[in-house]
Design a protein around this ligand. Structure first.
Ligand code: CMC
Length: 441
């Protein structure tokens, strides 16, 4: 099927008319299952000689997708049509992975087979352990993750042919299976403890906690409340539509780069404080505020146009309502703090009070700034026993399945072409080279 025929298969619901330089152009309006319609500008440049300008892609649908739907105004998040709160409450993480990857919740037999396939791949090539020792021990674990995940393509040559569906599947399984192992190794390396091998009798989340917190000289029993919290955190972070890191994975993949390289690019993007790094930033901010009486001072700073300070864990590009993930995160936070005996944690008190004050403040109401998932995840992860620089790493483990599902969808999309945005050029017009001795200071 040609690209043009594929465009034709998208549902059209009327046309938008655009006037440029006195001429009018009809642009098809495409309809999805849910969410806003899109104006198809695919032929705009060819027809009018103009580009569109949309820094930050606030009004641009970069692809067609069947995986995740967000209604930011209503605070809705669906994976393949299923509400996030139902999945987080009743599903396992691997069930969610299956759903994101293959489109449907698995039957019992499908789940068993998928689980076996994943657990058979949880170990990493033994030679990879030596790769870690090349890093400084005080390296940020996200730097280690970018390097080690990128290096997977050097260890697993038999799953980098993106044109072979079986190799794509193998790369997907390997990444979902190995990511907790790689992350736990990054943590163990940073604290100077021996690597702990995966224990496949444990489920995905419990196994990860085991690899992080067990030591060879003692028995380690995973607390089921903490394992459940970890499972929820993984499910909540598993996918989030075309966010910055997912778009990075898709863009890297559009050039034909191998999946390990693409996911490594996604991890690099996720590291930024405006994206995955916000949970670390939110906890640091709550600790800096320290006590309830200092909250008004920080709220005033967040509102001050001349102060770059922002309330971390507040606001979202898409959610202009309470982030549905934040509600589940808040509940999970209470459960974990109770389980570890920190139910009266002063930082939790600051968070709850800050949320209350901000939600009743005109500035935050008017700008529709609500707590996002990162507001409570930092406190929860700290109570689970993770140091702050591991927070984004946990996000990366969970988001791996989303990146892979989106990457696979893109590869299979007959309309897929290399991503190549254009620009509004405002630099110098053409000019002639001036020899150095004739240049003015
Ligand atoms: N504190 C104070 N003011 C804020 C905040 C905040 N956290 N967030 C946005 N604003 C203000 C901002 O100053 C701007 O005001 P004005 O219109 O007067 O210039 C207005 O709200 C719109 O902000 P924006 O930066 O244009 O919005 P955006 O969609 O580009 O940014 C954001 C979204 C998440 C980057 C931003 O809200 C932010 O920096 N929040 C703090 C960081 C954070 O919590 N990030 C985690 C995002 S959720 C995790 C994920 O999905 O990756």
């Amino acid at each position: 099927m040609s690209v043009a025929e594929n465009y034709a298969r998208l549902r059209t619901d009327g046309e938008a008319t655009l006037e440029v330089g006195g001429a009018t152009y009809d642009l098809p309006i495409r309809k999805g299952t849910l969410g806003p319609d899109v104006i198809d500008i695919n032929t705009l440049y060819q027809d009018t000689g103009c580009f569109t300008y949309d820094p930050g892609f606030t009004s641009t649908a970069s692809c067609e997708s069947k995986i995740t739907f967000i209604d930011g105004d209503k605070g809705i998040l669906l994976y393949r049509g299923y509400p996030i709160d139902q999945l987080a409450e009743h599903g396992t993480f691997l069930e969610t992975c299956y759903l994101l990857l293959y489109g449907e919740l698995p039957t019992f037999a499908q789940y068993k087979e998928f689980k076996e396939r994943i657990t058979r791949h949880t170990m990493v090539h033994e030679q990879m352990t030596r790769f870690y020792t090349g890093f400084r021990r005080d390296a940020h674990p996200m730097a280690v993750m970018v390097g080690v995940v990128g290096a997977l393509s050097a260890f697993y040559h038999d799953s980098i042919d993106i044109h072979d569906p079986e190799q794509r599947e193998m790369a997907s399984v390997r990444m979902i299976a190995k990511m907790p192992t790689i992350a736990a190794m990054a943590y163990k390396y940073s604290i100077g403890q021996p690597f702990i091998y995966p224990k496949n009798e444990l489920d995905y989340s419990a196994n990860f906690l085991h690899m992080c917190f067990a030591v060879p000289c003692e028995d380690y029993k995973v607390n089921p409340v903490l394992a459940r919290a970890m499972r929820r955190i993984f499910i909540l972070h598993a996918d989030h539509e075309q966010n910055a890191s997912t778009s990075t994975v898709r863009l890297a993949g559009s050039s034909g780069a191998n999946p390990f390289a693409c996911v490594s690019a996604g991890i690099a993007c996720l590291w930024g404080p405006a994206h995955g790094g916000a949970n670390e930033a939110a906890l640091t901010m709550l600790q800096e505020i320290g006590s309830v009486d200092r909250i008004p001072e920080y709220v005033e700073r967040a509102k001050d146009k001349d102060d770059p300070f922002r309330l971390m864990g507040f606001g979202h590009r898409v959610y202009k309502n309470y982030d549905p993930r934040a509600k589940i995160m808040q509940k999970t936070c209470h459960e974990v703090l109770d389980a570890v005996g920190h139910g009266d944690d002063p930082i939790l008190k600051v968070a709850l009070e800050l949320e209350r004050i901000a939600l009743s403040d005109e500035y935050f109401i008017e700008k529709k700034l609500y707590p996002n998932i990162d507001f409570y995840s930092g406190i929860t992860l700290k109570a689970l026993g993770f140091p702050t620089d591991m927070f984004t790493v946990l996000f990366a483990i969970a988001r791996t399945v989303g990146w892979i599902a989106q990457w696979k969808e893109m590869i299979a999309d007959p309309m897929q072409r290399i991503g190549r945005p254009r620009q509004l050029y405002t630099g110098s017009a053409e000019r002639s080279f001036v020899p150095m001795d004739q240049r003015q200071a």
